[in-house]
Design a protein around this ligand. Sequence first.
Ligand SMILES: [Zn+2]
Length: 134
Amino acid sequence: MSELIVNAAVCEICGGKLVLRDENNFECESCGANYPKEWVRAKVQEIKGTVAVDNSSSVENLLTRAKVFFDQGDVGKAKKYVERILDIDANHTATLLLIKKMDLDFAFSLIFDGQAEGWNRLPIENVRQQVYES
Ligand SMILES: [Zn+2]
């Protein structure tokens, strides 16, 4: 249970921070209202559920934006969105595929244009390895 999420459960009376008073009770730091541990636990579960739902919808939005920029050839902007997705979910499959696609495009642009910009590249051997081993 992360501190951030515990902090999201606040006093219903004054919105103050809840601190552990004893084994079974939390207490509001500001007004002193008492909350049983079970109430806080249920509240945290509720908040965690909301956070999970919000994350998945924002990942899909970010991926859509990344793809639009990539299709327009603006790899720099696409990369920013890709990084925001990876901050939320480092193993997001569709995003990892998009990164491979970007790296492939970059490898080809190196061959055909002699240069490319906007994307912090893997070494070319690394790109080849990813392409041929997947
Ligand atoms: Zn309070």
